[in-house]
Write a protein that binds this ligand. Structure first.
Ligand code: IMP
Length: 423
């Protein structure tokens, strides 16, 4: 299988959890490299539904090693809760199959408080964050005042650093009208989580290189999506990490020349949670999908905004990620439509764009230029082979892959592992 980077080609929630789970079959190691518990990867195994936030979904398959890399921001209390939740469901989680980077930064309650307070202060310009403290944690990392897992598991060092951080953040929180935090309470809870997580903490860079030398197959599982990338997304309506393929290298310590291919995951239509421009947003598509009980967030339960497939965006994603192969998910979400629209360009007045403009104000004015495809009006959820799909569905999928500029290799027609068509 080689070393594969998997990324979301849209605004997150592309159905990556399921594709990662399917690709994990051929992997020895699965690595998370960015983001935190703002992510929510849903995997269905038979009648059971698992929502993973920090732990790679490889944990659900026996014999796979899972790594939380240096680029991830870890809420230790959330991680302990996730481990306990999996153990309760009968999934084995131990330092044998889960390894946590000692240089991953730690999310604290003041990060979450600040995340919430900044959103309130922004008012109608709010980002619509998951309020998991992700932005402030990466902010501290860049400002070189963050605490890392290595600090958390060294009690004396941890207490000293935390005291200083709480003092500074309490002053900021008070100024923003939020409640200050008690050092004693935060310290006690975090030290308990630190003791619990200590056996999982290791030098993951060395581990990944040793595994790579032994020719292990590594899957780098992306969280969020291309247009939530801090550099390449619709800034400031983005998350605070590099969600594009380069983030897999910096967030793991595995260099670009050890990567073999990039798989992009995209839905057969478009969705987004949170604020920010979404050129193909469409009420008819949203009503249809919500009425089917689809498109509610795995982490926050928020109804996702929905729209037609946007090939300007996915073509851009191919460019910045170097996508070689495509997995198209949620094909069955379009099963009932008479006509399906695909955006092939944007227009602002007389100017036409075939790429995503960097200026957020220009992007907000972009009007989609659509081409129409006939709907297949057939239930696709029982298709298991490419030729089981209706001809019109095959034409649609081939067309959106071609517009995106990469090779279509997987089509998914439902949440179950069996509902996966390999081309
Ligand atoms: P944050 O990552 O919580 O700071 O949120 C920033 C933006 O990214 C918001 O629009 C969120 O809705 C979005 N976001 C963060 N994580 C995910 C995800 O896993 N899927 C989809 N959107 C996400």
């Amino acid at each position: 299988m080689a070393n594969i980077i998997l990324v979301g080609a849209q605004w997150g929630d592309e159905g990556k959890g399921k594709i990662i789970d399917v690709l994990t079959e051929g992997a020895d190691i699965v690595v998370r490299t960015q983001g935190g518990n703002n992510a929510g990867h849903t995997v269905f195994l038979g009648p059971k539904k698992y929502v993973l936030h920090l732990i790679p979904s490889g944990i659900l398959r026996p014999g796979k090693q899972c790594v939380i890399g240096n680029g991830v921001v870890v809420d230790p209390l959330g991680l302990v809760q996730e481990i306990d939740g999996l153990l309760k469901l009968g999934i084995k989680v131990s330092p044998k199959n889960l390894i946590l980077s000692e240089t991953a930064h730690v999310v604290f309650p003041y990060h979450r408080e600040l995340d919430g307070a900044r959103e309130v202060a922004k008012g109608k310009n709010k980002i619509g964050t998951t309020k998991r403290g992700i932005g402030p944690t990466y902010g501290d990392k860049a400002a070189r005042v963050g605490l890392r897992m290595i600090d958390l598991i060294h009690p004396a060092r941890f207490a000293e650093k935390l005291k200083a951080r709480i003092a500074e953040n309490n002053a900021v929180l008070k100024a923003m009208g939020a409640k200050p935090l008690s050092f004693a309470k935060v310290h006690a809870a975090y030290r308990a989580a630190g003791d619990r997580l200590k056996p999982f903490v290791a030098n993951t860079v060395v581990l990944l290189h040793e595994s790579s030398r032994r020719k292990a197959n590594i899957l780098f599982e992306g969280a969020q999506g291309t247009f939530l990338d801090i550099d390449h997304g619709t800034y400031p309506f983005v998350t605070s990490s590099n969600t594009t393929s380069g983030g897999a290298c910096t967030g793991s310590g595995v260099p670009p020349n050890r990567m073999d291919r990039v798989v992009g995951v995209m839905k057969a239509y478009t969705t987004r949670v949170g604020e920010g421009p979404l050129p193909t947003e469409n009420a008819e598509v949203a009503d249809l999908l919500h009425a089917m009980g689809r498109e509610f967030g795995a982490t926050t339960g928020r109804a996702r905004r929905c729209g037609w497939f946007d090939s300007v965006a996915t073509r851009h994603a191919t460019m910045v990620n170097g996508i070689d192969e495509l997995a198209i998910t949620n094909v069955d979400g379009l099963d009932t439509l008479d006509t399906i629209k695909v955006c092939v360009a944007y227009r602002v007045g007389a100017k036409k764009y075939d790429y995503v403009p960097n200026d957020i104000e220009t992007l907000a004015q972009c009007q989609p230029v659509y081409v129409e495809f006939p709907g297949w009006k057939t239930d696709t959820t029982r298709a298991r082979k490419w030729n089981d799909l209706p001809a019109k569905a095959r034409s649609y999928l081939k067309a959106i892959a071609e517009l995106t500029g990469a090779k279509l290799t997987i089509a998914s027609v439902g949440p179950a592992r069996a509902q996966t068509i390999f081309l």
